[in-house]
Design a protein around this ligand. Structure first.
Ligand code: FAD
Length: 307
């Protein structure tokens, strides 16, 4: 019950001001967002890759209001990619981007976000890696998928994310699997109405399994983005039945969640990628993490009162 309330708060400016100023917030934020600058996060990139993990990097931010902010987002990714080049990790570290941060929701947003994301995709390709377009709320999925198809004309390795909670996603998965895309399947982190999305965990989990099956049986590269032990073991079984080798799909988890399990999967020989977010505009990302697990909220509230 708390999840939807927290997700509604994630879009409120008043709550944003309250939460960011609250004592104790930083301590909890650090668990999920391990730094504000590239300098903060590079040692983590080295540490995780030394442990056999791969990464996808997110410079946090979304819901921007000016084209200048969208350009600043582009530049932040370009700075990150320039620093990653020095580490020579190639495809072991890729980028995740939210098109809203590149201006998709502003006037002429599709053109604006494409103009900003393309240099990032080009820079990533130049250092031997790629970019995945995150999925945001359901109103943005058509334009994200259209931009994904547009980018793939020149950069076929560009990935995208689809959300099991949306009714439309099985159809999207079929199309993407046939076109040989890199696709991350997640359950979905946004508050969505019943007209477009399953509301119960049981229905979302069933859809997740159906979509994994479509992706595993298709021609693309499935990326299983989940911390759910059931989804992970069903994913392994579906990959085996589809005759996929261990390097023909991967698992992905968020930094700060089930770190031991990611190391275990990597030690078993699986490709395991950790979604690592950093930056100053962490509010939306942080609130979605609180919404996913009520005990995170309890921990957060406790840390506030203990200050
Ligand atoms: P759940 O059933 O929610 O959780 C299973 C178990 O995992 C829980 O019991 C708990 O032990 C653990 N767990 C899950 N979440 C948390 C948490 N926040 N804190 C602590 N423990 C937790 N969503 C989007 O809408 N768009 C995206 O682009 C997107 N990208 C993602 C990328 C990656 C790599 C991952 C892993 C998730 C992404 N998500 C994205 C979030 C996703 O939609 C889910 O909200 C989130 O992964 C929780 O679902 P779950 O599959 O882990 O299963």
């Amino acid at each position: 019950m708390l999840g939807p309330v927290i997700l509604a708060a994630s879009r409120s400016d008043r709550m944003r001001r309250l939460v960011t100023a609250a004592p104790g917030t930083k301590q909890v934020v650090d668990r999920f967002i391990p730094g504000e600058t590239v300098e903060d996060v590079l040692p983590i990139v080295r540490e995780l890759t030394d442990q056999g993990l791969e990464l996808t990097m997110d410079v946090v931010g979304e819901d921007i209001t000016t084209p200048e902010q969208a350009e600043a987002a582009r530049d932040a990714y370009l700075e990150l990619i320039a620093r990653l080049e020095e580490l020579e990790l190639g495809p072991r570290v890729e980028m995740s981007v939210k098109l809203s941060m590149f201006g998709q929701d502003l006037e002429n947003g599709v053109e604006l976000s494409r103009a900003n994301v393309r240099p990032v995709v080009e820079a990533a390709a130049a250092i031997g890696t790629t970019v995945t377009l995150d999925a945001e709320d359901h109103t943005t999925i058509d334009s994200m998928l259209a931009t994904h198809a547009w980018l793939r004309e020149d950069f076929p390795q560009t990935g995208c994310v689809i959300q099991a909670m949306l009714y439309r996603t099985e159809e999207d998965a079929r199309r993407l699997a046939a076109s040989g895309s890199r696709v991350r399947i997640v359950k979905g982190a946004y508050k969505e109405p019943a007209e477009v999305a399953y509301q119960s965990k049981a229905e979302i989990d069933k859809a997740y399994v159906r979509i994994m099956k479509i992706l595993m049986e298709g021609d693309g590269y499935p990326m299983i983005g989940s911390h759910d032990p059931r989804m992970i073991s069903i994913g392994q079984e579906l990959a085996r039945r589809a005759g996929r080798k261990m390097d023909e799909y991967e698992f992905q988890m968020l930094f700060g969640i089930r770190g031991d399990e990611s190391l275990r999967l990597a030690a078993e020989g699986h490709r395991m990628r950790v979604y690592t977010a950093y930056g100053t505009d962490w509010y939306g990302y942080f609130m979605r993490r609180l919404a996913e697990k009520p005990s995170n909220l309890k921990f957060f509230l406790r840390s506030m009162v203990s200050k």
